[in-house]
Design a protein around this ligand. Structure first.
Ligand code: SF4
Length: 251
């Protein structure tokens, strides 16, 4: 449970920082391959889903580069990228990890091939099937339970779809290392667990915790570093337990 007064202060600070990010260069840009919103093509939707599976964040570039290399340059940009992946025998795909890894881990690299199988079997090779009802919780269940994205990557995926108004509902933050560290330092002066970060962000902005994801991630990536936070002049310092010397917000 968070102290009510501190909660409002922290919520205000994070939403204010989000507004600053939105006003910055590219701040209102769409997620890559979802720029066409409801008119997103099968080809673009599939590239977005593959990119989400190998984990990309707002404007981070490694995963999109991997997708472009495989889908656009190697496969020559087909509508059905899953069929192209399945056409590669699994042993060959496994072997390709050493030459063209789709992820830092072999397990996730091979997971791309298994994802292609599930997409064919469950969703007709069309990622748009995941959000056809426009319902966030239904889509989250498909991404998490049917496609086995993992809980945090699933949250990011549906959060991106919410940003582009392709699903409606309330989404949680992706409680990764950055988000856990910043949420914990802000609220309690220490890193939070996944559960603590999820609960805290639900309390901080119950209308839609996902809106806190971007400011928390950017703070963690750019300022609130694991090895030592750069607190001076940071936008949320006045509200922060660790950097601002405030009393913990947790009771
Ligand atoms: S004020 Fe310091 S400790 Fe607090 S969120 Fe910012 S960088 Fe992290």
């Amino acid at each position: 449970m968070l102290d009510e007064a501190r909660k409002q202060e922290l919520e205000g600070a994070l939403l204010s920082f989000r507004t600053t990010l939105e006003a910055g260069p590219g701040g209102t840009a769409s997620w890559q391959w979802l720029e066409d919103g409801a008119s997103t093509s099968q080809k673009s939707a599939n590239k977005f889903l593959l990119c989400s599976y190998i984990d990309y964040r707002w404007r981070d570039t490694v995963a999109p580069r991997k997708v472009i290399q495989l889908v656009e340059q190697e496969f020559i940009d087909p509508d059905d990228i899953w069929a192209s992946i399945r056409a590669i025998p699994f042993e060959c795909w496994n072997h390709s990890f050493s030459e063209r890894p789709m992820h830092a881990t072999r397990a996730r690299h091979n997971g791309v091939w298994e994802l292609a199988v599930r997409m064919g079997r469950l969703f007709h090779d069309d990622a748009r099937e995941l959000w056809r009802e426009h319902d966030l919780q239904t889509t989250l269940g498909r991404v998490s339970d049917d496609l086995l994205f993992g809980p945090q990557t699933s949250r990011m995926t549906v959060g991106a779809l919410w940003d582009e108004e392709l699903v409606a509902g309330v989404a949680d933050v992706k409680a990764d290392l950055h988000v856990r560290r910043v949420t914990g330092r802000l609220c309690a002066g220490r890193e939070f667990s996944v559960t603590e970060a999820t609960d805290a962000t639900r309390e901080l902005h119950p209308a839609n915790p996902w809106l806190l994801d971007w400011p928390l991630f950017r703070l963690g990536k750019n300022y609130c570093l694991r090895s030592g936070p750069k607190c001076a002049d940071r936008p949320v310092r006045h509200a922060c337990t660790l950097g601002g010397g405030r009393s913990p917000a947790v009771s």
